[in-house]
Write a protein that binds this ligand. Structure first.
Ligand SMILES: Cc1cc2nc3c(=O)[nH]c(=O)nc-3n(C[C@H](O)[C@H](O)[C@H](O)COP(=O)(O)O)c2cc1C
Length: 462
């Protein structure tokens, strides 16, 4: 059997993910697993049509395809995403149709599910026969349990191809027919109250997006800065995954392009950041993805905390909850407040006008009040993963994160909560006596849970 492995790591064969593929290859010598380094060679693949066609021909002649990739900032690497865009832009979708496929993702399990959802939905859009995913913690190839399961996953994939078994689609096609948005309503201009507002966009080619941004900008009495990632900021390449930033946040690209200056001088100093873009194949563009990946020079330390953030999006966001989750999680991970998403999914321009205007008002209002709603599972769970990882397994090479986490009191492990530990000790001891246990669990539990909160409500001083 000939299996094509599309390698999503910018590190090519020096990739953690590829070690999992090499292990499968070692155990299934009867099959050829041909690795194509997509992310590492994207410039060549994009610019040289012959190289692109060779990749496509390899896929055409294969029995199955493994999308094997590392997690990069909530999904896949920007170069891998560019390859996906090229498949659609160059109209070679048919080559993928009915091909059996599976996903292999390595990561530290921070939003590996959103990467898998995204890739599964792309496979469904390509009408592939999607079989399964395997998403191990990056170092778990060292564990016998993981190796055994990896081989079962691979065996199952080969069996399904051999037996031509049926597969299931998990995602419906996106159906997007927007109105032509043309601003209609003129409202009173909003005072920015000296808040620094910045809009960042990847391209103004999409007319609805351009008109939405114009409308949003014109809502304010002051001039609002608009930065176009393609025209105004030179970004010469995607993140290389070299981890040099781990020591002191110094990126290998420093001084070579505009990205870091732009990030430090424009974004970090803003009070309000509005991200604007058009959805391309279930995500914001690969240019946007490059922005998010390159932002990793701040490694796992939130670098845009305490801001108001919002999104102006042209595209069917309501049909792609996975993308909404990624963007919301990004704001929570940054410890900023999400003011909202405004899209062009409405029946009339007047509705979009009103939503854009209210969005602009809310951004200023929330910023001046310093409002921040509590993080949900997205932010809380994500931060616990980073806290535990930076404390433990990845403290080296992420030395800068460790210093920052100490300063930011991120290491709030429960073992430092001495009051809870004492209370737990007392109550666990008391609950060993049947009569006391009965009294606590039947009569006291509910009342004691609200007791400290009632004190707050009833206090004259709070
Ligand atoms: C820039 C960058 C971003 C990353 N983003 C994530 C992430 O969002 N979630 C996660 O679980 N791991 C993330 N990782 C960890 C990698 O996914 C993990 O180390 C992976 O095994 C690397 O595989 P590779 O060597 O094949 O590139 C990131 C690593 C880098 C360098």
């Amino acid at each position: 059997m000939k299996i094509i492995v599309l390698n999503g790591s910018p590190k090519g064969k020096t990739s953690v993910t590829m070690q999992y593929i090499n292990y499968i290859q070692k155990k299934f010598e009867q099959h050829e697993l041909k690795i194509i380094n997509i992310s590492q060679r994207i410039n060549n693949i994009e610019k040289n049509r012959k190289v692109f066609d060779n990749v496509i021909n390899d896929i055409k002649s294969s029995d199955g395809i493994i999308w094997a990739f590392p997690l990069y900032v909530f999904t896949i690497h920007s170069n891998y995403q560019r390859f996906i865009e090229l498949i659609f832009e160059r109209n070679v979708k048919d080559v993928f149709k009915n091909k059996y496929t599976c996903l292999l993702a390595t990561s530290i399990h921070f939003y590996d599910h959103t990467a898998i959802n995204y890739m599964n939905s792309i496979c469904d859009d390509l009408d592939m026969n999607y079989v399964d995913y395997f998403s191990p913690y990056m170092r778990d190839l060292q564990k016998e349990y993981t190796r055994k399961n990896l081989l079962m996953y691979a065996q199952n994939f080969f069996d399904i191809i051999t037996n031509k078994s049926t597969t299931i689609k998990n995602y419906s096609k996106v159906n997007y027919n927007p109105i032509s948005y043309i601003p209609e309503i003129t409202q009173n201009k909003i005072n920015t109250l000296n808040k620094k507002v910045i809009i960042v966009v990847d391209s103004l080619e999409d007319t609805n997006l351009k008109n939405m941004i114009d409308k949003f900008k014109n809502s304010f009495a002051d001039n609002i800065e608009l930065v176009n990632l393609k025209n105004d900021v030179s970004i010469i390449g995607g993140c290389l995954g070299c981890l040099q930033c781990g020591y002191n946040y110094k990126c290998i690209y420093e001084g070579k392009d505009d990205f870091i200056d732009f990030y430090n001088n424009k974004l970090k100093t803003a009070d309000i950041i509005v991200f604007a873009g058009a959805i391309k194949y279930r995500h914001l563009s690969s240019t946007w993805k490059k922005f998010f990946d390159r932002g990793f020079f701040n490694t796992h330390t939130p670098s845009l905390s305490g801001k108001q953030m919002g999104f102006i999006i042209s595209g069917a966001l309501n049909q792609i909850p996975n993308l909404r989750q990624i963007l919301e999680a990004y704001t929570q991970w940054q410890r900023s407040n999400l003011a909202g998403f405004i899209t062009d999914e409405y029946d009339t321009s007047r509705e979009i006008d009103t939503h854009l205007y209210d969005f602009a008002c809310n951004l200023i209002k929330f910023s001046s009040m310093n409002y921040s709603r509590p993080a949900t599972f997205l932010g809380v769970a994500g931060n616990k993963i980073f806290r535990d990882e930076v404390w433990g397994r990845i403290r080296f090479p992420f030395i800068a994160d460790h210093k920052a986490y100490k300063a930011m009191n991120v290491y709030d492990f429960p073992h430092k909560d001495y009051k809870s530990r004492l209370m737990n000790f007392i109550f666990i001891l008391m609950s060993k006596f049947p009569s006391i246990r009965k009294e606590i669990y039947t009569n006291k539990m509910k009342a004691s849970m609200i007791e400290p909160l009632k004190k707050v409500v009833e206090s004259e001083d709070i």
